[in-house]
Design a protein around this ligand. Sequence first.
Ligand code: FAD
Length: 341
Amino acid sequence: MAAPKVAVVGAGVIGLSTALCIAETCPSCSVTVLSDQFSPNTTSDVAAGMLIPHTYPGTPIHVQKQWFKETFTYLFAISNSAEASEAGIHLISGWQVFKNTPKEELPFWSDVVLGFRPMSEAELQKFPQYRFGRAFTTLKCDCPPYLLWLEKRLKAIGVQMYTRKVADLWELHSEYNIVVNCAGIGAHQLVGDEKLFPIRGQVLKVHAPWVKNFIRDGDGSTYIYPGIDRVTLGGTREKDSWSVSPDPGTTKDIFDRCCSLEPSLRGAQDIKVKVGLRPSRWCVRLQREVLSRGGVKLLVVHNYGHGSGGFSMHRGTAKEAAHLVEECIAALQGSLSRAKL
Ligand code: FAD
């Protein structure tokens, strides 16, 4: 069989990392990324890029832990290499503070991040309204540089990238053997997935270079995440809102909430406001599907619906999607040899 042709739809963190894993796992494939938007115009560009998982209720915890661990290990290696600053990956320490002690003693990811421990009394004194806290070190991606770094790696290994809106996966049937759907919230329209819904997030990206540690209020309704050049202040989680226009009232509310956690932020400058739609689902859709129309078959692998945790999980889910593509290739080769007999 000639080199299998794989199209990856989507150029956010999921599409680019999936294309990279496919090219690494199946070097004989010809991989193409098709997307209507590339960085800096994707939801992935808006994200804070912190590696702190959110739980997907419909995915077993051991699977989520595996995805997170693979992602953490991959990015930790980059953070320890000369690529770190170009890729926008760095270690970051900080605090997750709670007004009431959380029910769950240890989150599933506590032994993946580094140095997870309860906060000391001295640390808690910085947050007089809070009674309990966790300190740990994790990784952060500066999202636009990381996406550009992924694009550069893809180009270096011969992956083609084209700007193209795909209205229907079937339009790729004559050109590609396998289609990988990484369309994020776009999958709602592309494959009519009614289980996929937006959770709107508004954030501020500010200049406050003296802020070096992350601070996160409990489940992350308010957060301060320092990056290499800018600090991300958040946030909002507005279920089923499709609006990508910044709301000035929300901007003020986020700023006030963050200043009550870290009063020095009153001196922050050059405030930029961004909005993104988290592609949310009960569970990530990571599965093979064989579409059939008039006796013709189209092999599809879905990898979307990462909600609030796309950066935290991307490498783990990309590896799993690449294995599903390998299975599709084996199925294609099997049906070709049966046809020859
Ligand atoms: P996207 O980045 O939206 O990419 C989808 C791609 O598909 C785009 O390129 C789009 O143009 C393309 N596309 C869609 N439809 C079509 C079509 N029909 N034809 C062609 N192309 C199409 N996650 C974390 O892990 N840590 C965080 O700290 C974090 N912070 C966040 C903060 C905010 C404010 C928001 C909004 C999200 C945050 N997230 C975070 C979540 C994270 O951003 C998402 O989970 C992740 O970006 C999803 O990536 P994606 O590639 O699936 O989607």
